[in-house]
Write a protein that binds this ligand. Structure first.
Ligand code: NDP
Length: 495
């Protein structure tokens, strides 16, 4: 058998093996076979990278750069990503099994994050405060925090990285990236572009390995000032706890169980397309998946007939083919989890009207495929309606009226996103106000932009990524007082 390509980590501007010299395999979800070897970093590597990132942020060229120069570097990085978008998209597909059509579009869009935050870098202005103290000049500066640990999930590694890295570097911090053990290759390929763009050594670093072996030592490392995390609620809570004990700042982007609500007055063809893209795009492996479809009772049967007929046309198979519409699940544990949830739903008495098991189609080969699955007759109290599956499994819940829809939609621990399909503007505005979610889409689903704040209510997260707000979470404010008095007053006389 041909030897697998071996990747190296990127620490302090150098390509290095893990201190242990060990590697682990990265798998192609379509073939189910390993295709690359990734360094298995541990505590020694965590210590090495944390010191390097600290050094780069306090000495050397990076802290001396003007904000405009940081911005120029970020924009150059954006150009390089645009140049190599197809290549990076292919690496993502090989590693996470998502469709080339989706990853290609995603990679072509990612440069915008670096252009936008590159543009913001020199617009971070402090203020002069008209203080009440006599003979005093008082102003504020917004300064970087220090080394930031950026932890990403496996579903969209480079997009989730862009959410974090753009504002992190624009604000003048240094970055240590820890991608998911399942999808490290694209971030290591990306590091080559950061090197080519000319960022000083140690400003951007990538370490690889398992969460508990290298992620945790970094979360608690004293040099790490902030942790920006995308992943599951369970790991997010652990990271939060470990970071809080060391008084670190955090941004958490966690899971969801988002309602996609179809009112009887909606354009049903559009709503049907929105429902499908909400759950079967990315094989349901997206934090904003519209995994609870709330359908008004009066149109329930008509709508479901339309939905199922359309969903059945989905072409499954090789994600690297442009016309494939549903790809494999990314990891074996996730594949097992999705199938377990299908059994849970059946056990709870939901009616499976489509799919309901592994996909055995010839075009799916040996990959980890699950049939696009739809359950009707779901009650919101069921586990299938309350817990995140992160797969192509849709729970359909009927509702009576607006109040009923709001109550069901909000009766869940999560609050990442919500969709509303209606032609009534008053209803749309009321829903936008009353739904407990960080994003509400009206007559659309899954729209995101580098300009628009993104994040969760409730258990879906803490803080916001994207938009101008994001950069503040990578900065701290310093107040500076300058006396303009010619004489320092007597310290024993209170003024
Ligand atoms: P996990 O929580 O399992 O892992 C997320 C990241 O954390 C991985 O890089 C993982 O590394 C790392 N990690 C694991 N344990 C630790 C630890 N003790 N300390 C530090 N880091 C650790 O999530 P998944 O990768 O399974 O991603 C799926 C989840 O991500 C879903 O719940 C989904 O909703 C959520 N998500 C949220 C998004 C949002 O923006 N709100 C967007 C996309 C996904 P390793 O892989 O090595 O374990």
């Amino acid at each position: 058998m041909a030897e697998l390509p071996k990747y190296k980590m990127y620490i302090d501007g150098k390509w290095v093996e893990a201190a242990s010299g060990e590697y682990f395999e990265s798998f192609n979800p379509f073939t189910g076979k390993p295709w690359a070897l990734i360094p298995r970093g541990g505590a020694d590597d965590a210590a090495r990278v944390a010191e390097a990132a600290y050094r780069a942020g306090t000495k050397g060229d990076w802290p001396k750069l003007k904000a405009s120069q940081r911005g120029a570097l970020l924009r150059k990085l954006g150009d390089l990503i645009a140049r190599d978008a197809e290549k990076l998209a292919q690496t993502e597909v090989r590693d996470n099994g998502k469709l080339i059509a989706e990853m290609g579009a995603q990679l072509r869009y990612i440069p915008q994050w670096y252009y936008y935050f590159g543009g913001l870098a020199d617009k971070i202005e402090g203020s002069v405060i008209p203080t009440d103290k006599p003979e005093m000049f008082n102003f504020t500066r917004h300064e970087p925090l220090g080394p930031c640990l950026l932890i990403t999930a496996w579903n969209s590694p480079l997009l989730l990285l862009a959410y974090k890295l753009g504002p992190c570097l624009a604000a003048g911090n240094t970055a240590i990236v820890k991608p998911s053990e399942f999808t490290s290759a694209s971030t290591l390929e990306f590091a080559k572009l950061v090197e080519e763009a000319g960022f000083p050594p140690g400003v951007f670093n990538v370490v690889t390995g398992f969460g508990n072996e290298i992620g945790d030592p970094l979360v608690i490392h004293p040099r790490v000032a902030k942790v920006a995390f995308t992943g599951s609620e369970r790991t997010g809570a652990k990271v939060y706890e470990r970071a809080a004990a060391r008084l670190k700042r955090v941004t958490l982007e966690l899971g969801g169980k988002s309602p996609n609500i179809v009112f009887a007055d909606a354009d049903l063809d559009n709503a049907m397309k929105g429902a499908i893209s909400g759950i079967f795009a990315a094989t349901g492996q997206t934090c904003v998946a519209g995994s609870r479809l709330l359908v008004q009772e009066s149109i329930h049967n008509e709508f479901m007939d339309k939905l199922v007929a359309f969903a059945k046309t989905a072409r499954m198979g090789d994600p690297s083919k442009l016309d494939t519409q549903v790809g494999p699940v990314t990891t074996p544990p996730q594949y097992k989890k999705v199938l377990e949830y299908i059994d849970v739903a059946k056990g709870e008495g939901a009616t499976c009207v489509m799919g309901g098991g592994p996909a055995k189609r010839p075009e799916c080969g040996e990959g980890w495929f699950v049939e696009p699955t739809i359950f009707t007759g779901v009650k919101n109290s069921m586990r299938i309606a309350q817990e995140e599956v992160f797969g192509p499994v849709l729970s359909v819940i009927p509702f009576k009226d607006d109040e009923d829809a709001i109550e069901i939609a909000n009766d869940v621990l999560y609050g990442l996103a919500a969709g509303v399909w209606t032609q009534n503007i008053r209803r749309a505005m009321t829903m936008a106000e009353r739904l407990q979610a960080g994003t509400v889409w009206i007559n659309t689903y899954r729209a995101i932009s580098y300009m628009t704040p993104f994040g969760g209510f409730k258990h879906s997260g803490i803080g916001r990524e994207n938009g101008q707000e994001a950069i503040r979470s990578y900065m701290q404010t310093k107040a500076v007082w300058i006396s303009t008095a010619t004489e320092v007053p007597n310290p024993f006389v209170m003024r």
